[in-house]
Ligand binder design. Structure first.
Ligand code: NAP
Length: 247
């Protein structure tokens, strides 16, 4: 029996675990790991573990202790630390590692769709151009927008914040994806949003982007960090093929 570690925290990780278990049954032990940032415990088949490993060194220890044969990095494109740790740890432990890299969204070439190099650059870009922004880049990025005092933000978070937000003018909306295009359009219209700010996360196009395009809003996207060196897949089938070849 081979052992697969999936680094997750994404819908793709859950899907790969589910399909790999269905396809390989007792020939494959599947462990899915997530960081545990949210209280929600995802419904994932197979074994699961929660929380950091303690850097690349801690991950090497874990790989050896659990006799992992292969690592599939299906974390979010902006989770660059864990991806870098996975690459380093697998190199040290001499274990195969595949990173799932989502294809980029195809957006119309328009002056209203702007991609900038980072969330920091997005904050700089909107500071003097935007009046009412829908900010969807996540809790960890909010302080990046703290100087944009002239901008009113509709801030989307997974759950209600327990601490004050570092913004001057804002309102919070909470919820877990996916959202429908209708509700996204209604939310943006209700709050008279002129600019959507999002990470350029790739994969299936989320409803917020389609909604903003249909409302002819400005869309400011922060580019994802580059993938780690090594083997990459761009879709679930390629990941499953890679797993199959290793069993
Ligand atoms: P990050 O900066 O790359 O990781 C920070 C630390 O969190 C890592 O060094 C690791 O701790 C731990 N960690 C991250 N993912 C883990 C996993 N799957 N299993 C065990 N430990 C993990 O990641 P992040 O941007 O904070 O994101 C955290 C998680 O949320 C990721 O798993 C990602 O897939 C998911 N997520 C992130 C975003 C986003 O926009 N960043 C969006 C949706 C989902 P140790 O060094 O102690 O091992």
């Amino acid at each position: 029996m081979k052992t697969l570690l999936i680094l997750g925290g994404t819908a793709e990780a859950r899907q790969i675990a589910k399909t790999a278990i269905t396809q390989h049954g007792s020939a494959l032990r599947v462990i899915t790991s997530w960081a545990g940032r949210t209280a929600r415990v995802p419904d994932i088949p197979g074994e699961t573990r929660i929380g950091g490993f303690g850097g690349a060194a801690g991950l090497v220890e874990y790989l050896n202790a659990e006799a992992i044969d292969m690592v599939l990095d299906a974390t979010h494109p902006f989770a660059s630390q864990i991806s870098s740790n996975a690459h380093d740890a697998c190199s040290i432990a001499n274990i195969s590692c595949l990173q799932l890299v989502r294809p980029k969204w195809e957006l119309p070439s328009s002056k209203k769709c702007i991609e900038v190099e980072s969330v920091t650059a997005a904050a700089e870009f909107i500071r003097h151009r935007t009046k009412r922004a829908f900010l969807t880049t996540g809790r960890q990025t909010l302080s990046t927008f703290s100087g944009a005092d002239n901008v009113w933000f509709l801030v989307r978070l997974l759950k209600k914040p327990t601490e004050p937000l570092p913004l001057k003018q804002f309102r919070v909306t909470t919820g877990y994806p996916p959202f429908s295009k209708q509700t996204e359009k209604a939310l943006m219209a209700e709050h008279q949003i002129d600019t959507l700010i999002s990470k350029s996360s790739g994969g299936p196009m989320p409803a917020k982007i389609t909604a903003a395009l249909e409302l002819d809003l400005t869309i400011v996207l922060a580019s994802a960090p580059p993938p780690t060196p090594g083997e990459h897949a761009t879709n679930l089938n390629e990941c499953l093929k890679w797993i199959r070849a290793k069993i």
